[in-house]
Design a protein around this ligand. Structure first.
Ligand SMILES: NC(=O)c1ccc[n+]([C@@H]2O[C@H](COP(=O)([O-])OP(=O)(O)OC[C@H]3O[C@@H](n4cnc5c(N)ncnc54)[C@H](O)[C@@H]3O)[C@@H](O)[C@H]2O)c1
Length: 250
């Protein structure tokens, strides 16, 4: 039996990178997948890929940092698939504008807070009542090696992902009585197309160089995500799982 048979998953940031790899993998494992993303063209392609392999998927254009849009994505998921079991907040990512507190553009602070932290908060806010009504479920957030290790040089993103990390733990405590598990993945250097564009030679990046197993690919994080949202992880909640080639251990 497929590992997500009869489950409905809402994945943000599912048009690219780790979110895209997860959408394809979750669908392959039997889930109906709602893709919430701002990138209409790329998300439409992912839906077509899932449908071509016999899976079920729907795209809802969603800026997760907008409350109305986050609420609508959750509502459309319920309307289309009749429920919601899994929420995976993957939308986000650092940009070249981030940097030191005293030097970076102030707008970048609110951009990353909006997408990475507030976006995860909002999707949880609107999804949790449905998960409670369903009798349980799994929420998976996305933090980062940068928050795990408080690395220098991307202070806004690091702060946003630090918020995601602690929010994950407090939600895990609050929601356990409703049989809702809340975990997070903390990726290291993952060569998504965005990261390849930003870094150029990913292998030469200092963080990748300092990673025992070197940099990873989106599918590695997707596989960890699949485990954490599946029933195989039914006794796991409040965990921040580094998926980072050993970077957090150094
Ligand atoms: N790639 C890495 O090295 C790495 C490392 C640590 C953490 N992460 C985290 O993993 C997640 C995925 O990273 P990735 O490298 O796959 O990124 P990506 O850029 O490949 O994909 C991110 C997706 O999010 C979407 N998105 C951006 N803003 C959005 C918004 N406001 N509303 C809805 N969707 C939005 C984009 O359109 C894109 O499809 C992010 O949260 C990122 O911070 C990535």
């Amino acid at each position: 039996m497929a590992r997500l048979e009869d489950k409905v998953a809402l994945i943000t940031g599912a048009a690219a990178g780790i979110g895209r790899a997860s959408a394809l993998l979750f669908a392959e494992e039997g889930a109906a997948v709602l893709l919430a993303d701002v990138d209409v063209e790329a998300a439409t392609d992912v839906v077509a890929e899932i449908e071509a392999m016999g899976g079920r998927a729907l795209f809802v254009a969603t800026d997760v940092a907008e409350p109305e849009a986050a609420e609508a994505a959750v509502a459309q998921c319920i309307a289309a698939f009749g429920g919601l079991d899994i929420v995976y907040n993957s939308a986000g990512g650092a940009t070249q504008d981030d940097g030191k507190v005293s030097e970076m553009p102030l707008d970048e602070f609110w951009r990353t807070m909006g997408v990475d932290l507030y976006g995860s908060f909002l999707i949880c806010r609107f999804a949790i009542p449905h998960l409670i009504e369903r009798g349980g479920g799994a929420i998976l957030n996305t933090t980062s090696i940068r928050a795990m290790k408080a690395t220098q040089g991307a202070d806004a993103y690091t702060a946003a992902k630090g918020g995601v990390l602690t929010l994950t733990k407090s939600l895990a405590q609050e929601l356990a009585e409703h049989k809702i598990r809340v975990n997070a993945v903390a990726p290291g250097v993952v060569a998504s197309e965005r990261v390849q564009r930003m870094m150029g030679d990913v292998a030469a990046n200092p963080l990748a160089q300092a990673t025992p197993l070197g940099y990873g690919m989106p599918i590695e994080v997707a596989r960890a995500a699949l485990f954490l949202v599946s029933d195989e992880a039914r006794w796991i909640t409040g965990v921040i799982l580094p998926v980072d080639g050993g970077a957090a251990a150094v």
